[in-house]
Ligand binder design. Structure first.
Ligand SMILES: [Mg+2]
Length: 241
């Protein structure tokens, strides 16, 4: 009880280890992740049965005959980096590019609960798995640490379906559009709002993001599946605005 009051008395930013502890220890985190992936597996069956179903706002008309695919983010969607986040939290560091690159190079991220089972299920159903990530990686290099990490976890992977960060921007809509040229996108799976929609810079505020969410709210749990990530995300960057 004393500990509880102690936590309440401190500003949230002074307790960076709490969100990490929740991810690394709570049954709630594991259950929420598995819940998202179980929902995605059910939606996949419905999506396969309906040729007019698409999850990508970037999908152009005439897509019904295209082969089916699911687009997934990697970090905190398929790959669990909470070990790295815990090390940062212990040092009271929010983000450090050098430390991040050193972590990625070790290729030791574990799998988010439910992810591998879902990936294997989708593969068995003949659905292409496309990873759209803001990691800097080399998809056609089998020694690339992200590639090695995916392989180590048994995640289905192919060079053409790993779309790494391009240029300096983190927006994913151009890559989603490229995927939607060749595939009917059945589902989007991610831990960040921007894994689903584009947020223009001028609308990147708490109110602006809520406005963008409003017309797409019903997509979540239906064709968009959101994994919990209280550790970091684009939500953080609007807090000061
Ligand atoms: Mg992510």
């Amino acid at each position: 009880m004393r500990r509880f009051f102690f936590l309440l008395a401190l500003p949230l930013a002074a307790q960076p280890e709490l969100p990490v502890a929740w991810v690394r220890t709570s049954v709630e985190y594991a259950a929420l992740s598995e819940q998202a992936y179980r929902g995605a597996a059910q939606a996949l069956e419905a999506a396969l049965a309906q040729p007019q179903w698409t999850a990508a706002l970037e999908q152009k008309p005439g897509f019904a005959g295209l082969p089916p695919a699911v687009i997934l983010d990697l970090d905190e969607t398929v790959l669990d980096n909470s070990e790295h986040q815990a090390a940062l939290a212990a040092q009271r560091i929010a983000f450090d590019n050098e430390k991040w690159n050193a972590w990625v190079a070790q290729a030791k991220a574990t799998a988010v609960p439910g992810a591998i089972e879902f990936l294997k299920f989708a593969q068995m159903r003949g659905v292409a798995l496309v990873y759209v990530t803001n990691r800097t990686c080399k998809a056609d290099d089998e020694n690339d640490p992200t590639v090695r990490n995916l392989r180590r976890l048994g995640a289905p992977w192919s060079p053409a379906r790993l779309l790494c960060r391009t240029g300096s921007g983190s927006d994913k809509s151009a890559r989603r559009a490229a995927v939607a040229e060749s595939y009917r996108v059945l589902l989007l799976v991610g831990d960040d709002f921007q894994d689903f929609v584009s947020v223009p810079a001028e609308q990147n505020s708490i109110a602006g993001r809520r406005e963008i969410l409003a017309p797409h709210r019903q997509f979540f749990g239906q064709r968009w599946f959101l994994l919990p990530n209280p550790m970091y995300g684009s939500w953080e960057r609007v807090l000061q605005r």
